[in-house]
Design a binder for this molecule. Sequence first.
Ligand SMILES: [Zn+2]
Length: 54
Amino acid sequence: MLTCPTCKAPHVVKYGKTRSGTQNYKCRECGRRFVEHPTKKYISPETWAQIDKL
Ligand SMILES: [Zn+2]
């Protein structure tokens, strides 16, 4: 379930899209707007393990 990254509340609603087409959400608890996926690309645990070795 999608939760607010700030207050962790599950009360989020769709709130339009960014210029790049990413779905925007808004938290109904704290009012913060955020996107479902952060701008950073998802890093798998395997990749993190390699980063730790460097
Ligand atoms: Zn919130």
